[in-house]
Design a protein around this ligand. Structure first.
Ligand code: ASP
Length: 302
């Protein structure tokens, strides 16, 4: 038996947070660790645990996923998510959802109940409806603060700025059977346009899980994570270069930085190793195992 482990993130960035914002984020991380740990502790699967943890963070307005997601250029919210099971490398993903309450569960339904990996926009919405997943009015996802953020970004001409906080959420887990899984869910980037899809729902970019190496979830400037095939690259470095999980995460983040991107990665390996890293000032992050737990936002990256 392996020892179970769960690692989560709630996005990274400059993290200049008001005390009440920071408290709300840390409380959300603890709730998500509770949901995932409960399952793993009683022998549940990594895939169930990452979905459970992600669903809690999606419903929490402190994060840019599900409720509380950022607004696109036209003021709408479009949600992306992916999930992957390291046992079989089965994967499911959705992009551009506007009404499905839990994009991560829609991604899981794509993985389990469709022959496809990635569904987008109207088709993904229709599939989720057919699967009986809960729909909400798009206004349910919106919190007032995000409207102000969009206005600020539009006024400044758009694009990334130093104050940006990537609030995407992710979870990776290894269960007592040594299987790994990864989940990532996001509203993407504030003021995104033209049906932009980021790294989060792209298998191999923002999300990857392989029992031969690791489960990985990303947050940060998605375009760079796509170009680096970041999550897959972590797994590939472990498998082919024999690097440790931490070495592989650090190397991939360095590579992304050399391209001009910033962000963070979390990972677990089938032998129970857990690691994280980020090249921003902070990252909402947490980890739990049978011995205890830790949540943090500032401080050292490893
Ligand atoms: N990586 C996400 C994206 O580019 C953003 C984030 O991490 O918050 O869509």
């Amino acid at each position: 038996m392996t020892s179970w482990r769960l690692v989560i993130h709630g996005g990274c960035g400059a993290m200049r947070l008001r005390p009440e914002e920071e408290r709300a984020g840390l409380a959300g991380l603890n709730d998500a660790l509770d949901a995932g740990s409960r399952l793993l502790h009683r022998g549940g699967s990594a895939i169930d645990a990452v979905e459970a943890a992600a669903r809690v963070l999606e419903d929490d307005p402190a994060f840019n996923a599900g409720r509380g997601s950022v607004l696109a250029h036209d003021g709408h919210i479009e949600l992306d998510a992916a999930i992957m099971d390291g046992r079989s490398r089965s994967a499911g993903a959705v992009a551009g959802l506007r009404r499905v309450r839990s994009p991560i569960s829609a991604a899981r339904a794509v993985m389990e109940n469709s022959p496809h990996v990635l569904l987008s926009f109207g088709g993904a919405e229709e599939f989720a409806r057919e699967q009986g997943l809960e729909s909400v009015d798009p206004s349910w996802f919106e919190i007032p603060e995000r409207r102000g953020q969009l206005e600020r970004v539009l006024k400044s001409g758009g694009g990334f700025d130093a104050d940006v906080k990537f609030g995407t959420i992710g979870a990776v887990a290894v269960d007592v059977h040594g299987h790994v899984a990864a989940a990532t869910s996001t509203g993407g980037l504030t003021a995104k346009r033209w049906g932009r899809i980021g790294d989060s729902p792209l298998i191999g970019a923002g999300t990857y899980a392989d029992d031969r190496a690791a489960a990985v979830s990303a947050t940060g400037s998605g375009e760079y994570f796509i170009r680096a095939a970041a999550a897959h690259e972590v797994a590939a470095r472990i498998r082919m270069l024999g690097e440790s999980l931490q070495q592989a995460i650090d190397a991939v983040l360095q590579d992304i930085q050399s391209l001009g991107g910033t962000g963070g990665l979390i990972g677990v390996s089938p032998d129970g190793d857990a690691a994280w890293g980020f090249t921003t000032a902070g990252m909402y992050r947490g980890r739990a195992d049978a011995e205890g737990r830790e949540v943090a936002v500032h401080g050292a990256a490893t």
